[in-house]
Design a protein around this ligand. Structure first.
Ligand code: SF4
Length: 449
């Protein structure tokens, strides 16, 4: 497998609106694993975001396209001038694709066709959903690359290196542009969100005239100024995670929670010995205490976690410790994997591998135990009113997500009268929950009498 990411050059011309489009496309490219490069020579292809407002802008845009074709050869054109494709084709018949402003989908489709993304299930932060652009109303916000941990089952640090955090003002500016462009939910991602800023010693930067540290809590406080949802993913269970829980119970701009009461925190196991073999933090009794404390501060908090069963050396008793942990922790959403060796991971050298059929049998028992817990937790929501964000309309139904549901990985809320209520994608709505199954909730728009 080649380790190099596909490389895209980007030329952005025009007004602030075009800049928002550029930011959206750049964010999506980065999230999908493309590197953004600064020279035509380094790029595998070039995207030119054009302006067509006045004649001089048209000339400038056509010149920029010509330069990119001469220097690189593979060019995708988008933006305002894209509304006049004949004019572009006449001057530059070799462009790969032309799309108009705010047409992120066409740009990404053209990029995928000319330069397919590399999906690697061990390295990618975003679920592989085929080639699909994030809907306009939610966006991934990548805050850092790399990781300082050395979990024995993981090869990310050896491939991506140690943690490199993006400066907080840069992240906040990107988030601000996304919010201005219509994004209603930000999904903060990194390899290790809670370590954000350690590498830059939590350097202070200014945004909107106020100082913010490059640190998870300060970042969340900044994002809460935008008045949209912020959801944290890949939070490593450090003690200082406790500091952000109060934000989940506070109200920020536009009456939104300062931080969604949602934590994606991979615990991986619950046996102290297995956790030690995995090189993960191992104080399980403290983890349970912390979960209780989090719930006492933010009672609605939804906790999603992932676990590995059948790790080398895991005994039946240790696996049962894990099942007991599930019973006590009452997590909302859980993903689990049967351990499988990843080439280059240090765990491969551990003794006593668990036989494949035992791994599969444990995985099935684990999933069965958690399914009951998740189903009961969803059932407990029947009769409540949940604030939801509409993702799409499907016939009479609106398909939405509650604060407890991250896109792609968690459940959905089916709103039975969504069409009748005139709901639109990207809209917030209060839903009366009337039913549940193992994954999803069902309800109706709550109308005031
Ligand atoms: S914290 Fe995550 S990315 Fe870092 S080494 Fe562990 S599993 Fe890999």
């Amino acid at each position: 497998m080649s380790l190099a990411n596909p490389k895209v050059g980007f030329v952005s011309l025009g007004c602030p609106k075009a800049l928002v489009d550029s930011e959206r496309i750049l964010t999506q490219l980065r999230v999908e694993g493309y590197d953004i490069v600064q020279s035509y020579d380094d790029a595998d292809l070039v995207v030119v975001n054009t302006c067509g407002f006045i004649d001089s802008a048209v000339t400038e845009s056509l010149d920029a396209i010509g330069e990119a074709i001469a220097e690189n050869g593979k060019v995708i054109v988008t933006g305002c001038l894209g509304k006049k494709p004949e004019q572009i084709r006449e001057a530059h018949p070799g462009v790969l694709s032309i799309s108009g402003p705010q047409d992120y989908g066409s740009v990404m489709t053209a990029v995928h066709a000319a330069l397919p993304p590399k999906h690697d299930p061990f390295l990618d932060l975003v679920p592989d959903t085929g080639i699909k652009l994030t809907p306009k109303h939610y966006a991934y916000l990548k805050i850092s690359e790399g990781c300082n941990h050395r979990c024995s089952f993981c090869i990310i640090p050896s491939m991506r290196g140690d943690l490199v955090s993006r400066p907080v003002d840069q992240v906040l500016r990107e988030a601000e542009k996304l919010a201005m462009g219509g994004v209603k939910e930000l999904l903060v991602i990194s390899q290790d969100t809670s370590a954000y800023g350690v590498d830059v010693k939590y350097a202070e930067r200014e945004w909107r005239g106020k100082a913010y540290q490059t640190r998870m809590k300060a970042l969340c406080e900044g994002l809460s100024e935008l008045g949209i949802w912020t959801r944290l993913h890949y939070v490593y269970p450090y003690p200082h995670v406790d500091d952000i829980i109060p934000l989940m119970a506070e109200t920020g701009a536009h009456g939104m929670p300062k931080l969604l009461p949602y934590l994606d925190i991979p615990f991986q196991h619950a046996s102290p010995r297995v956790l030690k073999l995995m090189k993960r933090p191992g104080a399980v009794d403290k983890t349970l205490e912390r979960i209780q404390r989090w719930r006492s501060i933010a009672p609605d908090i939804a906790i999603r976690s992932t676990f590995i069963v059948g790790f080398p050396g895991e005994t039946e008793a240790e696996f049962e410790e894990l099942l007991d942990f599930l019973d006590e922790a009452q997590l909302d959403r859980v993903g689990a994997f049967a351990y499988s060796p990843v080439e280059g991971a240090s765990a491969n050298a551990l003794p006593d591998p668990v036989p494949e059929e035992v791994k599969q049998e444990r995985l099935a028992r684990f999933m069965e135990r958690q399914a009951e817990i998740s189903a009961a937790k969803l059932e407990a929501k029947v009769g409540t009113t949940q604030r939801c964000l509409v993702d799409t309309l499907d016939g009479e139904l609106a398909i939405a997500r509650s604060m407890a549901d991250a896109p792609e990985i968690d459940g959905l809320v089916q709103i039975q009268n969504g069409f009748m209520a005139g709901l639109k994608a990207g809209e917030f709505v209060d839903v009366e929950i009337m039913g549940s199954d193992e994954h999803d909730l069902f309800g109706e728009v709550a109308f005031d009498d």
